[in-house]
Design a protein around this ligand. Structure first.
Ligand code: IMP
Length: 192
């Protein structure tokens, strides 16, 4: 993709700095590792990769799940489907869900119920981005990288119809018409 119509919201340097700070905070809270980090694919893969490498002394396990959302109103349908489950049991473990962005909160609420039922010792959430204005379902987030306004962002793992995940900065996609739900119209059919 050449010259995408984007405006930088968070630069790669800002993200790098904040991810390091988040790692320090998480390390301080989980002195007794191991900590099971559960990345929710695909959007959080870059955040997950940077976060784990920012830990200096915490024992971590990296686990991955994938879910897809469907319906015409992706962010508000609440219809999420598990497409890849964890390979391991998390019973009795300390678990931290690693999310790219929390928008309506419906996806996260689904995940918290799903993983909570597996009886982890603790279960918390780290998200790089939070769009609090769009919350439909209240969810407790322990670690937030940045609160951002209600704009559609791409880059650093986040996509629009599978494009832009490779951008180093987090950018606002400016030239795509948005639907009433606030999400770009074509986005409702894409993967997470
Ligand atoms: P929620 O269930 O509405 O909180 O949506 C969470 C998921 O929607 C995220 O994990 C992303 O995959 C996607 N999402 C929400 N907002 C954006 C955005 O601005 N850009 C890209 N993906 C987004």
């Amino acid at each position: 993709m050449t010259a995408p119509a984007t405006r930088v919201l968070l630069s790669a340097a800002q993200i790098e700095q904040r991810v390091k700070e988040m790692a320090r905070q998480i390390e301080a809270d989980y002195a007794e590792g191991p900590l099971y980090l559960v990345s929710v694919l695909k959007g959080s893969f870059i955040f997950m990769a940077d976060l784990v490498r920012a830990f200096e002394r915490l024992r971590v396990r990296t686990e991955f799940m994938a879910i897809s959302s469907y319906g015409t109103e992706k962010t508000s349908s609440g219809q999420v489907k598990l497409t890849r489950d964890l390979d391991v049991s998390i019973e009795g473990q300390q678990v931290l869900i690693v999310e790219d962005i929390v928008d309506s909160g419906l996806t996260l609420s689904y995940l918290l119920n799903l993983l909570g039922a597996r009886r982890p010792r603790s279960l918390a959430v780290a998200t790089l981005l939070d769009k609090p204005e769009r919350r439909v379902k209240p969810v407790e987030i322990r670690y937030t990288g940045f609160q951002i306004p209600d704009e559609f962002v791409v880059g650093y793992g986040l996509d629009f119809a599978e494009d832009y995940r490779n951008l180093r900065d987090i950018c606002v996609l400016e030239e795509i018409a948005t639907s009433a739900s606030g999400a770009p119209a074509a986005w409702s059919e894409s993967e997470r």
